[in-house]
Design a protein around this ligand. Structure first.
Ligand code: F6R
Length: 609
């Protein structure tokens, strides 16, 4: 969704602002803009469309100012247009602001400001901010921002500047991420780390209700009007993390990074030949675990699909009932959650507004909250009682791949950790699973290396169809859900996943000549049933594309194509079966000429409810 970049230093600000915006492109946006203080004036340039349009608009201009703010907008209030793009200025142009989030009471504020004579030129909620600020300004920008902030309801990360007080940026944050950082040529800020890589050595994640004042020489952080000593973290990510590294797309790079990401996720958490998972940092101890009679797993999109794997695993090995819910539904249905419920929230970004709201709801009801997230110090990480970091590394493609597989791995680690502590499994059995988890990164590598062309052909075959179906039973079914989502979001092919046994209760009506049906057939206890379901679709002339484990020849007679995957325990199969499904979606998208990394209408980090 929207992105913010800003800097104040000794060199021209424009190159950083444009570069910073480009590094935030992956979040999804429909327009972009910059504001730079230059020779006593704030110069604002805004353009609907890609950042290249903004670059064209300012090409040939000399903008040498050394501080400014920039924004990529993902429209919520007001259509994508030049006029609605950020930065927004107040009516006399002296104050400028960029803003992520939503000002919920903007209509009331707008009415009040208009009655006072302020003139508005956009349909956005954001435009109330510079006008309110102008109204509150009495010679001190920080004081004016604080005074204005008291009037706001909603979520925001916002940065303000004014011609009346050159050399100062003021930033505020509530429920929308904002990071400030120290660099060699000044100080920087951004809504997300990638914009800062290469410029910043150390950074501070602003906490909710904190504000920061940036000058070229200093960063000062405040909470409730008082200065605070923030935690300063080193920025160790190198520029390669935010580049494609020779791949055509970030998604393909990230699919190929999975063996490394899975190894990082395991690192220090399991040791070969040890029957124990080391998650000793968790506050979820034996006593707490003993009091749990239900697990609630809540997330959105791909992370929600990871939760389904959790349900199958935890119910099997822990024998505790698990409920899975979509975060945007959870908080509005008065869920049955109490101090005996363990709530697990899963989120790559750690900033998804719906998941954050669900977390707050479960916390209010007394539940212990465990977050599985990829982003260090994200809002969800901070609000949770316990965190397992997935360590996938920076994920830039909108379609989640390595974040999902490391979410699964984290779910397994937690499951075996709890099984050991609660005595739910024999230690020897746990050891066998952990040894196999240790081997999985290698097996993922094998899938990626073995015969990439075969999967490419499948993707290209699927690309020819307007519909596709994914079927499976048990854990194969829940991975099928993720396969269908991947295909939909990046290739725009209508795709559905079904529990294979459910087909005959309606969906078989949709199975027509040559429609691709991707069959996952790795769950040995339901293999025969699954083969019967494949026969059902084959009989209706579907194109049957099947994935099985090595050594299994059952699917061959009823499939058009069979691809064999390295063998593993049925229980651990999702980490392997999802890999070819990600690749099918990728190659289908490429074949259709779609925008793989930034699919239409989607954003990487969904920070509005
Ligand atoms: C799909 C995808 C989304 C996200 C969802 C939740 O590929 O990435 O469905 O999974 O928006 O985002 P996070 O995990 O950041 O909470």
């Amino acid at each position: 969704m929207c992105g913010i970049a800003g800097c104040i230093g000794t060199e021209a600000a424009l190159p950083f602002l444009i570069n910073g915006l480009k590094k935030l492109e992956y979040r999804g946006y429909d327009s972009a803009g910059i504001a730079v203080y230059d020779n006593g004036n704030i110069i604002v340039r805004r353009k609907v469309g890609k950042i290249s349009e903004l670059e064209k608009a300012i090409a040939g201009e000399t903008i040498n100012g050394t501080y400014g703010i920039a924004h990529t907008r993902w429209a919520t209030h007001g259509a994508p247009s030049d006029r609605n793009s950020h930065p927004h200025r107040n009516d006399d142009g002296h104050f400028a602001v960029v803003h992520n989030g939503i000002i919920e009471n903007y209509l009331d504020l707008k009415k009040e400001l208009m009655e006072k004579g302020h003139v508005f030129s956009s349909e956005t909620d954001t435009e109330v901010l510079p006008n309110l600020l102008a109204d509150c300004y009495e010679g001190d920008l920080l004081q004016a921002v604080w005074k204005a902030e008291k009037r706001l309801r909603g979520s925001y990360a916002a940065v303000f500047m004014t011609e009346k007080e050159p050399g100062v940026l003021v930033a505020i944050r509530k429920d929308s991420p904002l990071i400030v950082g120290y660099g060699k040529n000044g100080n920087y800020l951004a809504s997300d780390i990638p914009a800062l890589i290469g410029y910043v050595d150390q950074y501070i994640v602003l906490k909710n209700d904190e504000s920061a004042v940036l000058t070229k020489d200093s960063i000062t952080v405040y909470q409730n009007g008082e200065k605070v000593e923030p935690e300063v973290l080193p920025l160790t990510m190198d520029i390669a993390a935010a580049e494609k590294g020779g791949y055509d797309h970030f998604m393909l790079k990230e699919i190929h990074e999975q063996p490394r990401a899975l190894r990082d996720c395991l690192s220090g958490r399991i040791t070969p030949n040890e029957p124990m998972v080391n998650l000793g940092e968790l506050k979820l101890d034996r006593e707490k675990m003993a009091s749990i009679n239900k697990i609630m797993m809540v997330a959105c999109g791909t992370a929600y699909h990871a939760c389904f794997v959790g349900k199958y695993i935890y119910e099997k090995i822990l024998r505790i009932p698990v409920e899975v819910d979509i975060a945007s539904e959870f908080r509005y249905r008065d869920p049955i959650v109490d101090e005996h419920t363990l709530t697990i929230v899963v989120s790559q970004s750690g900033e998804t507004a719906d998941t954050l709201a669900a977390l707050a709801e479960a916390k209010k009801k007394g539940s212990h909250i465990l977050a599985i997230t990829n982003v260090w110090e994200s809002s969800i990480a901070r609000e949770a009682d316990d965190v397992i970091y997935t360590r996938a590394g920076l994920e830039i493609a909108v379609a989640s791949t390595k974040a999902y597989s490391t979410q699964l791995l984290s779910i397994y680690l937690l499951g075996f950790y709890m099984a050991e502590i609660c005595g739910k499994m024999e230690r020897n059995e746990i050891k066998q699973y952990l040894d196999e988890l240790y081997r999985l990164p290698e097996k993922v590598q094998e899938i990626l290396d073995r015969d990439p062309d075969a999967i490419k052909v499948l993707g290209e075959t699927v690309a020819e169809s307007e519909n596709a179906f994914f079927i499976g039973r048990g854990l194969d079914y829940v991975v099928a859900l993720e396969g269908a989502l991947k295909l939909k979001e990046i290739s725009y092919i209508h795709a559905e996943a079904y529990a294979a046994g459910e087909l005959k209760h309606g969906t078989l009506a949709l199975i027509v000549d040559q429609v691709p049906v991707i069959c996952l057939c790795t769950q040995r206890d339901v293999e025969e049933k699954m083969i019967s379901n494949m026969v059902e679709v084959k009989t209706r002339d579907a194109k049957v594309l099947t994935f099985v484990f090595e050594g299994d020849n059952h699917g061959e007679k009823v499939s058009d194509t069979v691809i064999k995957l390295p063998n593993t325990y049925d229980l651990l199969s999702p980490i392997l079966t999802v890999i070819p499904l990600q690749l099918i979606a990728y190659y289908a998208s490429v074949k259709r000429g779609a925008d793989v990394d930034q699919p239409r209408n989607l954003a990487k980090s969904v920070t509005v409810e």
